[in-house]
Structure formats: structure tokens, C-alpha cells
Design a binder for this molecule. Sequence first.
Ligand SMILES: C[S@@+](CC[C@H](N)C(=O)[O-])C[C@H]1O[C@@H](n2cnc3c(N)ncnc32)[C@H](O)[C@@H]1O
Length: 466
Amino acid sequence: MFEEPEWAEEAPVVADLGSVALRPRTTADSQIKGSKHRQLLATLRALEAASLPQQPPSLPGSDEEDEEEVVQRKKKLPKKVLFASTSPEVKKKRKKKRQKQGPPSSDSKEEEVEKKKCHKGALLGNDFAAEEKRKRKCQKQDPSNPAQPLDNVDQTGSKAWNSSAANDSTKPSPETPCSNPPHTLSRKQWRNRQKNKRRQKNKFRLPQAPEQAPATAAAEETEVPPAPSPDSHGARAEALRARMAQRLDGARFRYLNEQLYSGPSSAAQRLFQEDPEAFLLYHRGFQSQVKKWPLQPVDRIARDLHQRPASLVVADFGCGDCRLASSIRNPVHCFDLASLDPRVTVCDMAQVPLEDESVDVAVFCLSLMGTNIRDFLEEANRVLKPGGLLKVAEVSSRFGDVRTFLGAVTKLGFKVISKDLTNSHFFLFDFQKTGPPRVGPKAQLSGLKLQPCLYKRRHFSYISYF
Ligand SMILES: C[S@@+](CC[C@H](N)C(=O)[O-])C[C@H]1O[C@@H](n2cnc3c(N)ncnc32)[C@H](O)[C@@H]1O
């Protein structure tokens, strides 16, 4: 259909050539030529009769008009043979006619090329051509075939094929390997046919896909999926997903951390009671940060305690994962807002379930987080035995003025034993309990206001260090 105009242009020329060959001449010259023509026609018919059974199948025509063309082509073929043996005059005339048609030499050359291609195709892959023909035939026969509506174009081929095949018993079956179409088709026609074939092939593939799907799916089921290469889409997607998850965790960690520093401990307690997972997430974030430190304060405290009697009872306020309890031989009471370890007593360290003056050592390792630090230190004073040891380790940059802080602590019934400001990440202070707090509950202890310890958005580093 799509090539109809070209076919229509071509057909009259072919028909005209045929009529020239058959038309008797009326002039004297043409009488001689006419007799020669008759001779030639006789030869032509003989040749035609002889050559038809061996003639390879021509490509299918497009419609009924094409059948006429097939007849014309049959006539044309012997004429070419005829031209080879005809007189120079006739040759001239024929040449004129052919010049009207277009450049014959290039045609014949290209026909040769096409012929060679086709022959090569026959040698290499004519099974494919045969397969295409067979497919077309099947599709035509099968009314349920979804490709059927697209067969309009194909019918130009198969219909003409069938009709010509029906008319001509000498034609080989459609399974016959590639024919020699350039013998009977012009270059344009041959190209059109090729285009048709390609288009048909493309059209057939799409509707055939659903039919082939089950077989493909079955093959896929049995196939072992290839291991994803590092640059595969799956691996990249997985890496991206992991990175996004990591970023999300980081954002949640920063949020929780800020909550712990910016409100009273009661709020922090509620937060973790309502969302125990948040506590895990917070500690994952904390651990990923603190492990990068040159020295973890908890390890420093453990080292200190190793130099003291193992009989001393220790209370770890804000114990986290009980690293201190795991590092020393002393009996340790572990307190935290949530439990990461069976040794933990879950509570707000502003009120621990311990008797007054029951412990020898009270430890706050990076745990003075709420806005009610005074409550924590007063509770430590309560449970510590007289002369008991208070150890505080905090991120160094949280301190605006260390002396103010130390002064405030001493008002709560402690005296400073030692201070270590040498570490790059944290300050460490030792206090001894001197007695109960020396100030009333309403007294302002501004030195206990420490900066919140926040983290850089990207790297989770303590910004308070820089
Ligand atoms: C930064 S972590 C340090 C953990 C552990 N001390 C260490 O150094 O590995 C602070 C811990 O103190 C806990 N914490 C903060 N405020 C608390 C409170 N009011 N009562 C109990 N634990 C608290 C937190 O839940 C957290 O586990």
C-alpha cells in the first residue's frame, strides 16, 4: 500500500515494453524488423517455455495488479535474453525505450549486487527468509492471531504469492530458499519488496511477543540470574538505597540528639519510651561517632578505676551499652533511659533506684544531656557515700567557662580533685563528695548551663569541637 505510487509508475513502462515487442510494424523497415521480431518472438516463447520450470520464485506481488505485472515480467525476462541476440537497430530502439525508463546500466549493476546479496543470503541465512514466509503463512491461516489485522501489508505478499503459486505449479513451495528476484523485478520493485518484507517483519514481531512470553518466562524461571556486577543497575540502586537510608538515619540521630540536649530529662524519657527504636538509632549514631575519637572517655574512666580497689561500688549514670561495666571488675549499677543491655536499669537518672549513700563512685560519661543537670548532680550526691568519688567526662566545647562550671558543682556538695583538659575531644573532672548541697533549690547555678552538643549535618562530627 505504502509503495503503491511507485509501483503504479513502474507498471505502465513495463507494459509498454511488452506491447512494443508484440506490435507488428507497418513500414518497409519495420516489415523486416517485424519478421525478425516474429522470429524472435518464437524464440522468446520457446525460451520462456524452457526457462519457466527452472525459474526461481519471484517475490510475491502486492495485489491483483501485480499478477499482471508477473505476466509482464515473464514477458520481459525473455526479452532481455532476446536483446542479447538481436540486431543493432533493434538494440538501438530497445535502448531508447530503456532510456525512457531510467538508467538501465546502473539498474543492471545494482541488480547484480542485489542478486549477489540474495545469493549470499541463500547461502548464509535463507532459513530466516523461509521462516518469515512460514510465519506469514501461519498468521494468515490462524484467525486468532493478533497479528492478523496488521496483515494488510503482508497480504500484498502472501496473497500474490498464493495466487501466483496456485496459478503456476512450477513455482517452488514457500519453504524454498531465497529466489532470484532481480531476474523478474526492477530495482525499484525489488527495493519495495525488500522494504515490505522488513516492515512486515517488524510488524509481526510486536503481536507475537505475548505468544512467546510464556516460553520466555519459563526460561527465565529456570535461569540463574547473573550475579550483579558492581556497576550493574541493581547494585547501583542498592548502593543508592543504602546511602539514602544512612542519610535518613543520620538525620534522625541528629534530631534525637538535639532533643536530648534541649529539654528536660523527663521529655527524653518519654521520647524513648514511646519509640524504643529511636534509642537504638541514637546509640548507633553515637557509637559511629565516638569510635573515631582517639580515646573514648569511657575507656579513660575505666583505666582510672582500674587503679582503685575493685570492691568500690560504681553507679554509671547514663551507661549506654554498659561499656564501663564491661571494662572494670567493680560492681556497677547501670542506669539509662532505655536498655541496650540486661544490666541496665531503665530510669531517668534524676531519680535512680538506689539508697542514699550507697555507692563509692558516681560516673557521668558524656551523659549530662538534659537541661536539668543540677538534678543529676544532686541525685549523685544523694547516693554517694561521704567522700565518694564523682567522675564527669564531657565534650570539651560544651564548656564556655570551665571555672564557672566547677564553681557550680562545688556548691552542690563537691570539691574538685582533678581536672584534665588535655584531651582534644573531652574534659575530665574528678570531684569528691564533701556533704549535701550547700545551696537551696531556688539558687541559680548558671555554671551548670552547658552548650548542647550538636553534630555536623554531613559528617556527624561534633561541631562543638571546632
Ligand atoms: C552519649 S551517651 C554515653 C553513653 C556511655 N556513657 C558512654 O560513654 O559510652 C549518653 C547516655 O546517657 C543517657 N542519658 C541521658 N540522659 C539521661 C537520663 N536523664 N537518664 C538516664 N540516662 C540518660 C543516654 O540515654 C545515653 O545512653
